[in-house]
Design a protein around this ligand. Sequence first.
Ligand code: CP
Length: 321
Amino acid sequence: MNERAPFPLYPHRHLLGIKDLSPSDIELLLDRADDAVAISRQSEKKTSTLRGRTQINLFYEASTRTQSSFELAGKRLGADVMNMSVASSSVKKGETLIDTAMTLNAMRPDILVIRHASAGAAALLAQKVGCSVVNAGDGAHEHPTQALLDALTIRRAKGKIARLTVAICGDIGHSRVARSNILLLNALGARVRVVAPSTLLPAGISAMGVEVFNTMKEGLHGADVVMMLRLQRERMQGAFVPSVREYFRYYGLDAEKLKAARDDALVMHPGPMNRGVEIASEIADGPQSVIQEQVEMGVAVRMAVMEALLDPRRNPEGVAG
Ligand code: CP
């Protein structure tokens, strides 16, 4: 078992969104996550930080990366991890989110990780249960651990985040990843651009402190980081792009469009990717892509977040909540 040096005490009990975090909160989580990367790269990956603690993953929406990395993160920290199978639960019999959460809460978990299609679902749960709550994505609102893992990937590759130019491209309007990244990157002093057709930009996006571009050539000019987003059809009502072919032609990242960015620009994508829609395969698998590193950083960030929220110095008796 790995034993680890203590980090400064993290001041929050829940992680509901990046909007609640100060720059020093974010840096603390990134520092802790850096430490967790080293643990995950050892052959002995288990620590005892959360031994005896119970983690429940409650995913109402599909997930590959987030759910599996929260599960691995909990196991690497020594927690007992339960993945609640929503598809075969009493949700199918009409049980509400709150009733399901209150039922699970009565089993005395220490941490509940929730993904839900409704914005605000994680915050609502945090008011009802006695344990820590982590937002693993709520509608088009926030996906805070995604933004943290993206920041960790950038910081490790570039050595800093402040003053980097980051272009977030694609379906900004329906994206919780874009929202959390804009909040985090601005908090750490990056220059943030959004690049999309106007149909995929939310009203008032400039008020979030970003520069807005409607062409990839202009938006990617001199960028240090190019972050591509999927068209989130599950949150679209109506047609937001004329056709996938047209969309790829004007907004899909290919070798020609990437030339506008810096030669050493990082190419990122939170996944799941739609190859040939928002990104060409040659770029997704190319030398500038850090998409697999993002996945690796996902485990480390989720370890860091859960350790920080369940820090025994805040709750020495180890009682849930
Ligand atoms: N990036 C992300 O949230 O991926 P999943 O939907 O697979 O969890």
